[in-house]
Ligand binder design. Structure first.
Ligand SMILES: *[C@@H]1O[C@H](CO)[C@@H](O)[C@H](O)[C@H]1NC(C)=O
Ligand SMILES: *[C@@H]1O[C@H](CO)[C@@H](O)[C@H](O)[C@H]1NC(C)=O
Ligand SMILES: *[C@@H]1O[C@H](CO)[C@@H](O)[C@H](O)[C@H]1NC(C)=O
Ligand SMILES: *[C@@H]1O[C@H](CO)[C@@H](O)[C@H](O)[C@H]1NC(C)=O
Ligand SMILES: *[C@@H]1O[C@H](CO)[C@@H](O)[C@H](O)[C@H]1NC(C)=O
Ligand SMILES: *[C@@H]1O[C@H](CO)[C@@H](O)[C@H](O)[C@H]1NC(C)=O
Ligand SMILES: *[C@@H]1O[C@H](CO)[C@@H](O)[C@H](O)[C@H]1NC(C)=O
Length: 667
């Protein structure tokens, strides 16, 4: 049993359905799902109405510290009492919980404040209130179903697996005592390349029986609404369940505590049965060791659980894939050849630094991206396999997932999950497509990239330096969540990753830190540099390596710096954002971006502090100095034309002038 983290509903929800009285549907903030106002309006200036307001502010002010569930009542008489609660998802961070509850209460107060009953679901939390006591009772109305429109091929077997996995998980989650958060996640293997990921959660005021019956209703509901679908959710006020074919929560499943939990049978006591005159000393002699061992046992148990949890959070999900083996990752060549229609030109998605990328469809209809590595890879077969296994274990929602590989004679092929929405450059540099990236989307993309890089740098067991972070290596899923691609390539391709100095540079002009481009020195701070360039590009909608702008600047970095120095940073903003953005967030991002591109790697912040800053309202950052401007000497680098991953060659020819430097031998 483990908690889950972060976004609950990241991907492919195209349709949803609600069956309840009068519903208001309104999609706004990024993680907002739905709100439901009741049907009975109250007078604007009534006591009840002002009680609603104080209830909502009491809820949001209590969403601090580690409080993930809170219920309260405002009002004395039955006619004007308002009952309200919030429930944050499993182990979303305290800060995320606080912000979510804040948003949700604002949402309710702006849209439902004249209603006696209201509820809103966000990805990370749920807030509801009513004129009747809603505590410790099961509510199955209203409900929200959402499902992925993609169906499984082997539906019957899949449905059975979904049903049994969720049912089992529901039983386990229900067994947590009242007042403890009742939720769980579980992963099951469905086929060689498909895993089922499931989660359940109840509000923690429910009894075990109530929780289980709510979850059971939700599971049965899934069978009605969403049978055969690749992913679905049922949300009730009191509980929710969901499943996907991909990891949609971040923390791995720890082993279930069931077998070890019961205290050892008190065997020594049975021996004294029938002897009615046990001395007090004897009782103490028996009871004390038992009590002590039980206490020790429980302490030990919680210690282990805590350790596990800590490790889980620290290591994110890489514990899940301890089972990953070479065999489970190997595809045969015929399968891949068939999937890509013999590597046909029509299937070509793009061309990256390490080879051509094709779209493919496996016999089970799963879409994949196939990267056929160029032949001069420096890696022997065994070494290649070992590296693939290691890189396949890196799993994070902001990384494209490596599903496997194929080795046949000279051929080395990598197989990735297919990410539908093209890459960031496709949107970012196109005057039309730019409009689709509103500020909140851009901010979400910046945060997602930061989390992905942080995972590569710190949270995965390997320390991976990406070395070629750029807009075309950031793919976007249907919800515009970023997924970094092409990580770990230096390992797989056989470029020495262990030394911070190499004669072979893998990077892209415009994103490479000066020390890397000029001296081949790389470190996590070279990724930080590329990330800084990326932030400034996302904000300005301009490409660093293709910059033309008067205003006395020759490249994007100087342009950004000049605006910052002259206290007019907001002029950096992409025109297509017009006036809809959060000033604080924009300033924070420009500030971070400029710090990341400082000349001296030591002046660049670590990804962890970048994330901290992005996640919090105010962290004092040092002021940026004039950034590195080595770009001005663009001349004597051997530059080769290359395109990226599952990118955009076909749909957007203008982005083909992406330039990667693959080899560079400094004198
Ligand atoms: C909800 O309100 C609509 C009118 O807005 C009314 O027709 C309907 O009967 C109401 N339903 C309930 C259950 O009160
Ligand atoms: C919760 O909110 C109420 C009213 O706003 C306040 O009196 C109470 O101290 C808060 N509790 C916590 C734990 O913050
Ligand atoms: C919170 O809910 C519990 C029942 O789960 C109830 O006993 C308690 O009174 C509630 N607290 C408030 C402040 O309403
Ligand atoms: C809260 O609302 C703001 C603006 O409305 C939005 O940008 C942010 O993503 C929301 N946060 C959550 C957790 O929903
Ligand atoms: C709550 O409001 C509904 C609708 O107005 C009403 O039927 C119900 O009796 C109210 N409940 C209480 C406890 O006042
Ligand atoms: C999936 O199945 C449902 C019902 O079985 C059907 O309505 C829907 O069109 C199917 N979707 C696809 C993409 O085949
Ligand atoms: C799910 O499995 C349970 C037994 O575990 C069974 O009773 C129930 O009918 C199944 N539900 C569906 C929809 O298949």
């Amino acid at each position: 049993m483990a908690s889950f983290n972060r976004s609950f509903l990241p991907i492919v929800f195209i349709s949803f359905m609600v069956t309840f009285l009068n519903l208001t549907t309104h999609v706004a903030a990024q993680n907002y799902l739905k709100h439901v106002c009741g049907n009975t309006t109250v007078a604007q200036n009534s006591i009840y109405s002002s009680n609603i307001n104080s209830l909502l502010s009491s809820l949001s002010s209590n969403a601090t510290g580690n409080i993930a569930f809170y219920n309260t009542t405002v009002g004395q008489t039955t006619s004007n009492a308002v009952y309200g609660l919030f429930n944050c998802r499993g182990d979303v961070t305290a800060d995320m919980c606080r912000r979510c509850v804040l948003n949700a209460t604002q949402k309710l107060s702006s849209t439902c404040s004249t209603e006696k009953v209201a509820l809103t679901w966000y990805d990370e939390c749920m807030v509801r209130y009513s004129n009747e006591s809603i505590f410790s009772t099961v509510a199955l109305i209203p409900k929200l179903n959402m499902w992925n429109t993609q169906n499984m091929t082997d539906q019957d077997r899949f449905n059975r697996l979904v049903n049994t996995t969720l049912t089992q998980l529901a039983t386990e989650a229900s067994n947590f005592p009242i007042g403890v958060k009742k939720f769980g996640v579980k992963e099951e293997k469905f086929s060689e390349f498909q895993n089922l990921y499931t989660l359940v959660q109840c509000t923690r005021d429910l009894s075990g029986t109530d929780c289980n019956s709510c979850l059971q209703a939700a599971i049965n509901r899934l069978a009605i609404c969403c049978s055969g679908s690749q992913g679905a959710r049922t949300l009730y006020p009191s509980c929710n369940v969901g499943y996907e074919l991909y990891l949609f929560y971040d923390v791995p499943t720890a082993p279930t505590p069931a077998p070890g939990l019961a205290p050892p049978p008190p065997a020594s006591v049975t021996g004294s049965k029938g002897n009615s005159k046990i001395s007090a000393a004897r009782i103490v002699a028996i009871a004390v060791p038992i009590a002590a061992s039980v206490v020790l046992f429980i302490l030990g148990y919680f210690f282990i659980i805590r350790r596990k949890k800590y490790k889980a959070v620290k290591g994110e999900n890489d514990a899940i894939n301890d089972m990953t083996t070479v065999e489970s990752l190997q595809f045969d060549f015929a399968t891949i050849e068939a999937a890509t229609n013999k590597f046909s030109h029509d299937n070509k998605l793009g061309e990256g630094g390490f080879g051509v990328v094709y779209k493919g469809i496996l016999p089970n209809r799963q879409e994949i991206a196939v990267k056929r590595l160029s032949k001069h890879s420096g890696q022997g077969a065994e070494q290649f396999k070992n590296e693939v296994v290691l890189v396949a274990k890196l799993q994070h929602r902001n990384l494209t997932r490596l599903l496997g590989f194929c080795l046949e004679g000279e051929e080395k092929i990598l197989i990735y999950e297919f990410v539908p929405n093209k890459s960031l450059d496709y949107f970012l540099y196109d005057p039309k497509k730019q409009e689709e990236l509103d500020w909140s989307t851009r901010y979400k993309i910046i945060g997602g990239i930061a989390r992905g890089i942080q995972y590569l740098h710190e949270d995965s067991r390997l320390r991976i330096i990406h070395r070629d972070l750029k807009a075309s290596n950031v793919l976007l899923d249907v919800d515009m969540n970023p997924k970094i691609s092409d990580f770990g390539m230096a390992r797989i391709f056989g470029v020495d990753q262990t030394q911070g100095n190499t004669s072979r540079v893998v990077g892209t002009y415009g994103y490479m830190s000066p020390e890397y481009a000029m001296r081949g020195e790389f470190s996590v701070k070279s990724d930080v540099y590329s990330f800084g360039v990326l932030i400034l590009e996302i904000i300005s909608g301009k490409k660093n390596s293709n910059f033309y702008e008067s205003d006395g600047a020759e490249d994007l970095l100087s342009y950004a710096w000049i605006h910052w120095r002259d206290s007019r940073p907001l002029e950096l903003l992409d025109q297509s954002l017009r006036d809809s953005y959060s000033r604080d967030e924009v300033l924070k991002c420009i500030h971070i971006g400029l710090l990341c591109v400082q000349e001296d790697p030591a002046d660049r912040p670590a990804m962890a502090s970048i994330l901290l800053t992005l996640n919090s309202g105010s962290v004092t950052l040092p002021s940026p100095q004039e950034p590195a401007f080595f770009l001005r000497s663009k001349t004597d680098m051997p530059i080769k034309d290359l395109e990226s991953d599952q990118s955009t060659t076909k749909s957007m020819p203008s982005s083909v002038n992406e330039v990667s430097i693959t080899e560079l031998h400094p004198r």
